[in-house]
Design a protein. Structure first.
Length: 118
């Protein structure tokens, strides 16, 4: 359901056709999910309020309510290019070192190992 319809094979397309015929609300939810992904990947937030309204009347009501509660953060996430990926990478690196050395040495030695490996 998340792939472009042109990129899936005929059997999967047929299956999705039958699935959506049996559960039309699933077809609506799939379309709303695709629109939400396109909203997140772009910097245009004009359609976000409309999406929340439409999703609030579908199977994605809980998601829409959660987004509406924290709308300022969602708008900021869409419009800014700021990311925490470098920080998360450093945290993962330090946790890996900590797991390797668990129970083998004291904090000062762990600190030295982390600083030397940077």
């Amino acid at each position: 359901m998340s792939q472009n319809p042109d990129q899936i094979d005929a059997q999967a397309r047929l299956f999705l056709g039958h699935l959506f015929a049996q559960a039309p609300e699933l077809a609506v939810a799939a379309e709303l999910a695709k629109r939400f992904v396109s909203l997140l990947s772009g910097s245009d937030i004009a359609g976000l309020d409309e999406w929340i309204t439409q999703a609030g009347n579908s199977e994605l009501e809980s998601l829409a309510n959660g987004i509406a509660r924290d709308i300022d953060a969602v708008r900021a996430a869409i419009t800014t290019s700021w990311t925490t990926s470098p920080v998360e990478g450093q945290i993962n690196r330090i946790k890996a070192i900590k797991r390797q050395r668990y129970g083998r040495a004291s904090y000062p030695l762990l600190r030295r190992h982390v600083l030397l490996s940077a």
